[in-house]
Design a protein around this ligand. Structure first.
Ligand code: G3H
Ligand code: 13P
Ligand code: ZN
Length: 328
C-alpha cells in the first residue's frame, strides 16, 4: 500500500532504522527495487527526479507505480519527488499520486544557482502548506551539497570530516536548521553533512570519518520530530567500477560513502538515504558485460534481466545494511 514519507520515517525513527530512497526512471528499476523489498520484507521509498518524470512520462510513471503497488500489496511504498525545483513541479507530482515531495529551495529553479535563505524558506513554506493540505509529506533542503547538474560531485580529498570539510560553510548550521523547520514545517530535512551527488565523491579511499557526525547529532537532538535525509549516499563499490571498466567502460578511480559511515549516521538520526549512482552502476556493469560477451545478441531482455538482477542484489544489501529489512 502507498504511505507517506512521514508515516514511514516515524516508524523508522521509533525502531531506529534507516530507509534507502532509490531513484526510479523505468519499469526495470521499479521491478528490481520491489523484488528486493519483497525478498527482505522492507518498506520502500521510490523517488523520481524531474528528469525521470520527463524521461518516463508522468502518466506512464504513475501507472507503473500503481502496478508495482498492486503486485506487492504487503509492501509499504512511499512515492517521492526527488529535488523538486518549484511549486508547480511539486503540485503536479501530487496530482500524479506522489505521497511525498522534496522542495529543494537550496537552489534556484534552474537547479544550479545557490539560493539565499529567505528564498528557500519562502518557497518551501508555500509547498509545505499546499502538500500538507493534500496529505502529502515534504522534504526540504538546507545547505550546500556537491553538484547535482553534471551528476559529478565535487570530488573531495577523502581525508575525513575535518579534512574534507575544512570549508565549514558547506555544512548545515544547526541554528539555521531549527529556524528553517519552524518556519517551513517540513517533515524531513536534507542537510549538508559531507556528501555530494554522483560517482566522484572522493579521490582517495576515505581513511576516517566522512560524515560530519557532530552536525547530524546536534540537528537530530534539537529537531527530534524532523527526519534527517542524506543525499549523495552511494558507496560507489569497487567491484561495480571493475565490471564497468573490464568491459570497455572508462570510469576514473573514485570512492563513495562507506556503508559503515551510513550506519553510524543512522545511529545518530539519519532516516532517508538517497541512492541512485550505485544502481546505475550495477545495471550498466551487467549491460556492458552481456553485450561484450555476446556480440550477436540484440534482444534487450537478454541484458536488461541481468541488469535488473544486479540492481535487486544491491538494493537487497542496502535494505539489510540499513536495518530496513523485516519492517514492512
Ligand atoms: O540527485 C539526483 C539523482 O541522482 C537523480 O538524477 O536528475 O539525473 O535523474 P537525475
Ligand atoms: P548518489 O549520486 O550518491 O547516488 O545520490 C543520489 C541522490 O542524492 C538523489 O537525490
Ligand atoms: Zn539528491
Amino acid at each position: 500500500a502507498r504511505i507517506t514519507l512521514r508515516q514511514l520515517l516515524d516508524h523508522a525513527a521509533e525502531y531506529g532504522y534507516g530507509v534507502p530512497a532509490f531513484n526510479i526512471n523505468n519499469m526495470e528499476q521499479g521491478l528490481a527495487i520491489m523484488a528486493a523489498a519483497a525478498a527482505t520484507d522492507s518498506p520502500v521509498i521510490l523517488q523520481a527526479s524531474r528528469g525521470a518524470r520527463s524521461y518516463a512520462n508522468d502518466v506512464v510513471l504513475a501507472k507503473l507505480i500503481d502496478g508495482l503497488v498492486e503486485i506487492y500489496p504487503q509492501i509499504p511504498v512511499c512515492m517521492h519527488l526527488d529535488h523538486g525545483n518549484n511549486e508547480a513541479t511539486c503540485a503536479t507530482a501530487i496530482q500524479y499520486g506522489f505521497t511525498s515531495v522534496m522542495m529543494d529551495g537550496s537552489l534556484k529553479a534552474d537547479g544550479k544557482t545557490p539560493a539565499d535563505y529567505a528564498y528557500n524558506v519562502e518557497i518551501t513554506r508555500k509547498v509545505s502548506e499546499m502538500a500538507h493540505w493534500a496529505g502529502v509529506s515534504v522534504e526540504g533542503e538546507l545547505g550546500v551539497l556537491g553538484s547535482l547538474e553534471s551528476g559529478e560531485g565535487e570530488a573531495e580529498d577523502g581525508h575525513g570530516a575535518e579534512g574534507v570539510l575544512s570549508h565549514d560553510q558547506l555544512l548545515t548550521d544547526p541554528d539555521e536548521a531549527v529556524k528553517f523547520v519552524e518556519a517551513t514545517k517540513v517533515d524531513a530535512l536534507a542537510v549538508a553533512m559531507g556528501t555530494s551527488h554522483g560517482a566522484y565523491k572522493f579521490t582517495r579511499k576515505p581513511d576516517g570519518a566522512v560524515l560530519a557526525m557532530n552536525v547530524i547529532e546536534e540537528i537530530n537532538r534539537r529537531l527530534p520530530n524532523t527526519h534527517l535525509v542524506m543525499h549523495g549516499s552511494s558507496s560507489v563499490p569497487q567491484d561495480l567500477q571493475d565490471i564497468i571498466n573490464q568491459y570497455g567502460g572508462e570510469m576514473k578511480p573514485t570512492w563513495g560513502v562507506p556503508v559503515e559511515e551510513i550506519q553510524r549516521g543512522i545511529k545518530h538520526g539519519v532516516r532517508k538515504i538517497n541512492i541512485d549512482t550505485d544502481n546505475r552502476m550495477a545495471m550498466t556493469g551487467q549491460i556492458r558485460k552481456i553485450l561484450s560477451e555476446n556480440k550477436a545478441e540484440f534482444d534487450p531482455r537478454k541484458y536488461l534481466k541481468p541488469a535488473m538482477e544486479a540492481m535487486t542484489k544491491l538494493c537487497q544489501q542496502r535494505f539489510e545494511e540499513f536495518g530496513t529489512a523485516g519492517n514492512a
